[in-house]
Design a protein around this ligand. Structure first.
Ligand SMILES: [Zn+2]
Ligand SMILES: [Zn+2]
Length: 391
């Protein structure tokens, strides 16, 4: 079934999974499957919910509806990512997906809270559930549909190596368990006067709210601005460092404008003896290489560093030792030396891990100063403190 769908939807392109357009079509296919199946499940469970009067089944129906809406957002996202930028929105429309996701997550949370209230009322004032074999069989069938959806997402997710789809697979498995609990509750309710329906309803409602919060978190984070994906950061660093004239990089920042749309900036360390025109050419080539390898548009800033000067190298080594003694997590870059008669200015940037308060940063500066003075009285550190931008 899965193979058949893939073949019908993607035809001969189905094996070119590294092509962005093919991946987009895989994404849209799985979005459509999710949308169609979840609305089917929603309708079936809603009818059973009304027929039996079970709040737990109605809540489970809404749970599937929220999954359907998520699929809808992902289709919208895949479509919008392809929409061309215009004068007012030169970065394109990729972030609309996050806004749509945020709105849907709010709706899901509100619905979840309403079901929580109703289910609590059912615990206090239980109402009879009209159990029938037909409704039990239909619930069983919906579990099979979800199971197939899970396997579908796993197949496509592994094929295009998409964490989103693999997460969708996990969600499908959770849904199978949820419906299983609802079904068991419905059967158990026939043999006891305990308010099983209300209790299961509360559980499902909590599950809905939890799913809503999950979607909100996934969409808020990129809207607020998050640390660069370590994989992308590594790929950019590796590509830039392949250039023969670039000795090192630091201060990599990645701005995200929707899935697959990122801008980045970084500082490249180049020998201070190099010819500016030649280095600029190298930098341009590195920018182009990053674009071709990762699809990230990058601007590179040049930092000249002194190489092959044993005195400077020794001072850098000393400074690194002092930093490592204070906190092994500290890193340093843009190390420069300005020498005078009685003082040697050591100018550098220190990247502190998060969790360093302003006070602690000041304290850190003092400790670095004391550490360096102990090595050589003439050392005067000029320190700029930064915080990490990548994970
Ligand atoms: Zn720099
Ligand atoms: Zn240029």
């Amino acid at each position: 079934m899965t193979e058949l769908l893939i073949r019908r939807f993607l035809g001969d392109d189905r094996d070119r999974t590294s092509d962005a357009r093919v991946r987009e079509r895989y994404g849209i296919l799985s979005g459509c499957v999710g949308l169609f199946c979840n609305f089917l499940l929603f309708a079936a469970k809603l009818i059973i919910g009304f027929a039996t009067g079970a709040i737990s089944v109605a809540a489970d129906a809404v749970n599937n509806l929220s999954d359907g809406l998520s699929s809808f957002i992902s289709i919208v996202g895949f479509k919008l990512t392809g929409r061309a930028p215009d004068e007012q929105h030169p970065f394109g429309y990729g972030r609309t997906e996050y806004i749509a996701g945020l709105i849907v997550s709010l709706i899901i949370c509100v619905v979840g809270v309403q079901f929580l209230q109703t289910s609590f009322t059912r615990i206090l004032h239980p109402e009879p559930v009209a159990f029938s074999v037909v409704s039990a069989v239909v619930l069983l069938l919906t579990m099979l549909v979800k199971l197939w959806m899970g396997s579908f997402n796993r197949t496509v997710g592994t094929r295009i190596d998409s964490p989103t789809l693999l997460a969708a697979m996990q969600d499908s498995i959770n849904d199978v368990v949820t419906t299983g609990v609802v079904l068991i509750g419905m059967v158990a309710g026939q043999f006891t006067t305990l308010p099983v329906d209300g209790v299961v309803g509360v559980l499902v409602a909590l599950f809905i709210i939890w799913a809503g919060i999950g979607i909100a978190r996934d969409t808020l984070s990129p809207l607020i601005g998050q640390a660069a994906d370590p994989e992308i950061a590594q790929a950019i660093a590796d590509t830039v460092l392949q250039s023969p004239g670039i000795l090192g990089i630091h201060d990599l920042i990645v701005h995200n404008y929707g899935v697959g749309k990122s801008l980045a900036s970084l500082h490249a360390e180049v020998p201070d003896t190099a010819d500016i025109v030649a280095v600029h050419e190298l930098i341009d080539e590195a920018e182009r290489a990053v674009w071709e390898q990762t699809g990230v548009y990058t601007v590179i800033h040049m930092d000249p560093v002194r190489v092959g000067d044993p005195r400077i190298d020794a001072m850098r080594e000393t400074t690194l030792n002092v930093l490592a003694k204070i906190d092994p997590e500290l890193t340093m870059h843009d190390f420069r030396v300005v020498e005078g008669e009685r003082r040697i200015n050591l100018i550098f940037d220190v990247v502190a891990p998060f969790g360093y308060s302003e006070e602690k940063k000041e304290d850190l500066k003092t400790r670095i100063q004391i550490g360096l003075k102990a090595r050589d009285k003439r050392y005067c550190p000029v320190i700029t403190m930064e915080h990490k931008m990548t994970l």
